[in-house]
Design a protein around this ligand. Structure first.
Ligand code: ADP
Ligand code: MG
Length: 322
């Protein structure tokens, strides 16, 4: 199969056709027509075999995750995803691999009404890069720099399941089969919080997606906003599987220090708390109040009794066999 057959077979005839796409795959570049008054939001993320996924990972999950991480960045800006391009570096044109990769990719693309409008295909080490473009009303982007002292800090969904899945894969934590399936789903098929990002854009003062762990990512918000924060460790939302193992793995530590959950962390002026209740049904996930922005720089984690939370573990190896 040559390059053009490959593109035609697996990428050109799949997915939906948006009305605002004027020229799609097949010309030198794509042409799209953003709605009047809207600004465009651009993001790109590259996944490389060996560092972001195992070369023998399920290609369906690679297709899903390559788009999901970009959708998560668009969600964190409060934008609505629209169009994307796909750069593929492939060691060979393996039809089975390509079919599964495309199925994972287009399933998620269709779910969020985003259209593949172009890309590039080369022979080389396995790597996937997607550039995603979203739209939103002018001036409404959710930035990292908008948090103010007194704002409340929230996260969507639950944190830490992707870290549990990685621990299980590395052999440092033994999960039952149903537990394993539940957390592997979170690692391999993350669900970007697009609906929550859109609902929050007129409301939140700042937002970031949690891809490197809450501790690090909230740190970026604090630095950009020139503020500090206090978090209450017991308030970090954890799944039922995580809570079952929490004592053995050092409480919320894994959930705080590991990423790959692709939840959103955002701040909200307290005066807007009642408005947040109103948009809650549109978010399609839980929103949990975990702490407050303070003027004093730095991130302080306390337990419910007000004591300074001391992380019980520093990394994966410490609870081996736990
Ligand atoms: P050019 O040489 O002009 O850059 P290409 O031959 O690389 O064009 O690509 C031909 C067409 O196929 C272009 O419209 C390009 O956007 C599209 N395309 C190439 N690779 C992919 C891909 N992996 N996914 C989607 N579209 C692709
Ligand atoms: Mg050309």
């Amino acid at each position: 199969m040559n390059e053009f057959e490959l593109i035609r077979t697996y990428f050109a005839c799949q997915g939906l056709a948006r009305e605002d796409v004027i020229v799609s795959i097949g010309d030198d570049a794509a042409v799209v027509a953003p709605p009047p008054g809207m600004q465009q939001v651009l993001t790109t993320d590259m996944l490389v075999a060996g560092s972001h996924f195992f070369a023998d990972a399920d290609p369906r999950s690679i297709g899903h995750k390559a788009l999901a991480v970009n959708l998560s960045d668009i969600a964190a800006m409060g934008a609505t995803p629209a169009w994307f391009t796909l750069d593929l570096s492939l060691p060979s044109a393996d039809p089975e691999w390509l079919r599964a990769f495309a199925s994972g990719l287009f399933e998620l693309a269709n779910q969020y009404r985003t259209q593949l409008v172009g890309g590039d295909t080369v022979r080389g080490p396995l790597a996937v890069a997607i550039q995603l473009c979203g739209v939103m009303p002018a001036g409404e982007a959710l930035l990292r720099s908008g948090a103010r002292p007194g704002d409340r800090i929230y996260v969507t969904g639950t944190l830490g399941d992707a870290a549990l899945a990685l621990s299980h894969r590395r052999g440092t934590l033994d999960l039952t089969e149903p537990e394993r399936l539940q957390v592997m789903q979170r690692l391999d098929y993350p669900q970007p919080r697009v609906a929550a990002g859109e609902a929050l854009r007129a409301l939140a003062s700042s937002c970031i997606d949690v891809s490197d762990g809450l501790y690090a990512d909230l740190g970026h918000v604090l630095a950009a906003s020139k503020v500090g924060a206090q978090l209450v460790s017991e308030k970090i939302p954890l799944s039922s599987v995580y809570r079952r193992y929490s004592d053995r793995i050092g409480g919320a530590e894994l959930a705080l220090s590991n990423g790959d959950d692709y939840e959103l962390c955002f701040t909200l002026p307290p005066a807007r708390a009642s408005e947040m209740q109103r948009i809650l049904p549109r978010c399609e996930c839980d929103l949990t109040y975990i702490g407050d922005i303070e003027a004093q720089p730095g991130l302080r984690i306390v337990d419910a009794s007000g004591g300074i939370y001391e992380p019980k573990v520093q990394g994966y190896d410490h609870f081996a066999g736990g």
